[in-house]
Write a protein that binds this ligand. Sequence first.
Ligand code: ZN
Length: 297
Amino acid sequence: MEPIKKIHHITAIVGDPNQNLKFYRDVLGLRLIKQTVNFDDPGVYHLYFGDHNETPGTVITFFPWTNNNQGKIGSGQVGRIAFRIPKGSLDKWKTQLSEQSIDVTVTQLFGKDTLEFDDVHGLELAMVEGEETADNHDIVGFHGSVLLSGDPAGTKELLTNIMGLKKLDVEDDNHHYETVGAEKHHIITAIPPQPMGRFGIGTVHHIAWSVPDLDMLKAWQSELVKAGFRVTEVRDRNYFNSIYTAEKGKVVFEFASDTPGFDVDEDKDSLGTALKLPEQYEHRRQEYETLLPKLEI
Ligand code: ZN
């Protein structure tokens, strides 16, 4: 199998959708690229944010719950999500976030200066400088993420032997890995594992790994089944196709195709400006439009 080259998207559960929109659009400068509903729970939005070119591997998505059901960050979840920023821009971001009364700390989590902070709903985020400079300090995609694996050895086997990630030499108590694509997404498993987490507001739901197309997705499905994982059927997510599995440390891994892409149901220029529903829910549009809080876009 071709190794996994990059993250496709990361999906988290947050609170009020307008607070979510304001944070990721106005504070972090990302672009809302899709307003849709959670295909498995259509009374809830599914909001997608990316960079301004909707580059694959930059997409963070949210299920904004309005039920105040706070989650607990812990084992079996994806932990802190790191964005990559241009070389030399960490101090600018540190100042900019501090000015908006966001608590920031600089750690060495990713083996180099890591600006850690939380979003408006307690989701753990970070920024790490990449190798490239830019004429602005905009986020350029994911840098990587932490996996709060309940079984770091089992997770290591899947990441390295099956998915083809490279083990990195970083001298701390965590295991560090890197995807082999140009993005070099940096994945960390923390040792020892945390107590068990509970999904809810402020927690990550899953991480999705990018595969080129539907044929490769089916090949990954067979490969994972052969390796002893329980894998779902292929699900049509309208913008991509997906399979899901729980890895040995109980973190939910999705494998998602880069095709067909986010512009299947709206122009590239107007991405994210209107509520888009898949065919199976279009007949209930009025119900969702009444139920879902109006987005202040
Ligand atoms: Zn997903």
